[in-house]
Each structure stands twice: as structure tokens, then as C-alpha cells.
Design a protein around this ligand. Structure first.
Ligand code: NZQ
Ligand code: ZN
Length: 387
């Protein structure tokens, strides 16, 4: 087992009516609050009015219109400006992972005097940040329990993973009922995103029985509960388990002691959504099976066999290669069954920029250190096989 040094300081306030704890939870951090949200789902659901009522004794400043795949310019820059001008005490994200990621970058930028992009790309260390908290409305990214934020810069086709322990949310309010209104498309994409977070950690050289069991259980839970949420969007039990599973997905707890995997599907998907602004979870679902086929070899076969038998219940007596191929097909078929368009063409991506995107991934993500190293040619081949 590998050494590790681990901490997740976020307070999780989970369950029906959890939003009612907002005022108490925020009080220790101050009264000047940046309330940040997306394109309007929280107004439609009534959550916006509820938050304003709960924070009646705070001074609220608003940043609205944060888009999926949140943009550095204008959202991050606007938020930083408001925080500095208005001497904000705490940044409150109300929405999905995009709103929260944007708020994490804002919280760091608010305490920095130079170009905030330098923090995002890690050229400068994040020494300090405003506290950031969230009321999550979509189960997917795990941003509510991790120290990552993914920020896009349109003019350079960059979609960069920012990471700093300073931006762990100080608290995350997770009320599964707030996810009842999430569309079928976003429910499926959220499930695919969380499943891929698990897959990225499961497919590694050195893992433990403990972590493998967590991961296999997570994958089964995500698949079963996604089906239930799609069948009945107001199935509380399913939405709740989905939300908690997604929360566990991305903060590293599933791979403590494992060797690093390089998170190759995320590196490749971030290029797809940087160039074409597609939905992150859909991009992941599309490229995961072709990536699996590409890396299947005598060396990786035992992992695929374990995955096939323990996650999909494939007969362990079958020849190993057949189990692996069935497991990859089952992964594809599950994503298709929850309504994800399973080709790049179906989400508007054609051949024209594949080589450029592959070059971008190879240059920026360095997948030569992934569990199965990927060259620029490998990445382009996986993209082509996903068309
Ligand atoms: O903008 P609004 O109007 O709120 O609508 C959103 C948005 O259109 C809508 N939505 C959210 N909650 C809703 C709702 N609609 C109805 N009812 C609700 N309760 O859903 C749409 C998508 O929202 P978004 O926040 O973009 O989705 P998600 O949570 O999947 O976040 C995706 C972003 O997170 C990044 C992705 O790359 C992408 O940019 N990731 C962040 C990670 C992290 N911080 O750890 C890890 C992930 O791997 C991922 O890369
Ligand atoms: Zn993801």
C-alpha cells in the first residue's frame, strides 16, 4: 500500500430540510455573503427565495448566470471583483458543480492580488481563500466534498483542474429533495460522471481489497439508483443514495493507498468540453468504453475480469478475455440504457479537431504517467473510436 496524507475538512449537512440549517451554518463566517448561482433553476424551484429568506439578516451580493463548464471570463473575474469591492466574508454557491467550482476559484482569487489564472493553473500557490460553502442541487461531481474546481477559458480552449486545500467547502448542504427537478439528461450525466470518478480510481496498478470493494459497491449503487431516479424523479431514497455516492466520488477516499491512475478519461473529456462545451458526464460516458477497449491487454486483463465479475455479475467461469469484453460492453450498454448519446457525433463533435485536441491533452495533461500510459497517438485513436 502506498503512503498518503489525507484530510477532508468539509462539514456535510445531509437530508430532508437540511437547508433550514443554512443561517446557523453560515453565521460563524460573517454577514457579507456572495450568493452565486447559475442560469435560473434555483429561481424556478423556489430555492432562491428560500435562501434569501433564511439569510434575511445577512447582506447579500449576487453573481448569477454561471454556466455549465464555468468560465474564467466573465464569471470568475466578476465574482473576484465583487468580493474585493464589497469585502465579502463568505462565498455561497447554490447550484450544481459548475457554480461551486466557479465559487472556489472566486474564493481563492478574492485573496490574491495578481492574475487569478496563475492560481488556476498552479503557476502560483494559493496561500489563502475566502471560505466557500454550498447548497448543492445536482448530484454528480463531488465538488461539494473535494478541493478541486474545473475552470474553462474559452479563447484558449483550456479547461483546467484547479486544486487547493484552501477551497474545500466549509460546509455543504445536501438535501436530496433539491435534486427532484434535475432533468433526465443531467441525472444520467451526473451518474456517468460519478461512475467515471470511481472507474478512474479502480483501474490502477496497485489497489487494495478494501478500496476495490468500496468502488464496486459505489458502481452498483450508482447504476441501480440512477435507474430508479429516472423512473421516478421524486424517489427520495434513490435520490439520497445517488447524492451521497456522488459526494464520495471525487475526494480521493476511494483510492487511499492506491497507486495513482492519472485519471485519463477526465483529461481527455476536459479537452472535449473545452473545445465543444459539451456536458462533462456525457463526454465521459462516450469515451470510457473506447478507452477500456484501447487499454485491454494481457497485463490489464485481471482488472477487467474483477470489474466484470464483481460489478456486472458476469460468470467467472468464462474465459478471462470474454469476461473483459462483456464488461466493457456492459459499461457501454448501461450508459446507453440511461439515455446518454453514446457517440461523439451525437453530441456535435466530428473528426475535424481530433488531432488538435489529442495534442492539447498530451501537452497539458501528460498521460504518459497514467496507469496505462497514453501517447498523443493513443489519445487520438480513442477519440476516433468514440466518433
Ligand atoms: O444553471 P442552472 O439554471 O442552475 O441549471 C443547471 C445546469 O444547466 C442544471 N441544474 C442544476 N441543478 C438543478 C438543475 N436543473 C434543475 N434542477 C436542479 N436542481 O443542470 C445543468 C448542469 O449543471 P452543472 O453545474 O454544470 O452540472 P454538474 O454538477 O455536472 O457540474 C459539471 C462541472 O463540474 C466539473 C465538470 O468538468 C463541469 O465543468 N467537474 C468538477 C469536479 C470537481 N470540482 O471535483 C470533478 C468533475 O470530474 C468535473 O470535472
Ligand atoms: Zn468528472
Amino acid at each position: 500500500m502506498q503512503n498518503f496524507d489525507y484530510m477532508t475538512p468539509t462539514r456535510l449537512i445531509f437530508g430532508k430540510g437540511a437547508v433550514d440549517k443554512l443561517a446557523d451554518a453560515i453565521r460563524p463566517y460573517g454577514k457579507r455573503v456572495l450568493l452565486a448561482y447559475g442560469g435560473g433553476s434555483i429561481k424556478k424551484s423556489g430555492l432562491y427565495d428560500k435562501v434569501k429568506a433564511l439569510l434575511a439578516d445577512c447582506e447579500l451580493f449576487e453573481l448569477s448566470g454561471i454556466q455549465p463548464n464555468p468560465k474564467y471570463d466573465p464569471s470568475v473575474l466578476d465574482g473576484v471583483r465583487i468580493c474585493k469591492e464589497q469585502k465579502i466574508d463568505i462565498v455561497l454557491a447554490v447550484g450544481g458543480g459548475s457554480v461551486l467550482d466557479c465559487c472556489k476559484a472566486i474564493a481563492a482569487g478574492a485573496k490574491y492580488d495578481g492574475d487569478v489564472w496563475d492560481l488556476v493553473i498552479g503557476a502560483k500557490p494559493t496561500m489563502d481563500a475566502l471560505p466557500v460553502a454550498d447548497i448543492l442541487t445536482l448530484a454528480a461531481t463531488g465538488s461539494e466534498y473535494d478541493s478541486f474546481a474545473v475552470i474553462s477559458r474559452t479563447e484558449t480552449n483550456d479547461k483546467v483542474g484547479y486544486c487547493s486545500p484552501k477551497v474545500y467547502p466549509v460546509f455543504s448542504i445536501l438535501d436530496p429533495e433539491l435534486t427532484f427537478t434535475v432533468s433526465k439528461k443531467q441525472t444520467a450525466a451526473g451518474c456517468a460522471d460519478a461512475m467515471n470518478h470511481v472507474i478512474e480510481q479502480y483501474f490502477a496498478a496497485d489497489t487494495t481489497l478494501l478500496n476495490d470493494g468500496f468502488c464496486e459497491s459505489m458502481l452498483k449503487s450508482l447504476m441501480e439508483n440512477a435507474r430508479a431516479c429516472l423512473a421516478n424523479p421524486e424517489d427520495y431514497r434513490a435520490r439520497a443514495e445517488m447524492m451521497l455516492a456522488c459526494t464520495y466520488g471525487c475526494n480521493g477516499i476511494l483510492s487511499l493507498g492506491n497507486s495513482p491512475s492519472g485519471w485519463p478519461c477526465h483529461a481527455m473529456e476536459h479537452a472535449l468540453s473545452a473545445y465543444y462545451d459539451i456536458t462533462h458526464g456525457e463526454g465521459l460516458a462516450i469515451i470510457t468504453p473506447p478507452w477500456m477497449r484501447h487499454i485491454l491487454s494481457e497485463k490489464t486483463l485481471p482488472r477487467f475480469v474483477k470489474y466484470g465479475v464483481n460489478v456486472f455479475g458476469i460468470d467467472a467461469a468464462l474465459p478471462p478475455r470474454e469476461i473483459a469484453e462483456k464488461a466493457i460492453q456492459a459499461t457501454h450498454d448501461f450508459f446507453a440504457s440511461i439515455g446518454i448519446p453514446m457517440t461523439l457525433r451525437a453530441v456535435g463533435i466530428d473528426e475535424s479537431r481530433i488531432d488538435e485536441m489529442a495534442h492539447h491533452v498530451a501537452e497539458t495533461a501528460g498521460l504518459e504517467n497514467a496507469w496505462v500510459p497514453l501517447t498523443e497517438a493513443d489519445i487520438a485513436a480513442i477519440f476516433r473510436a468514440s466518433l
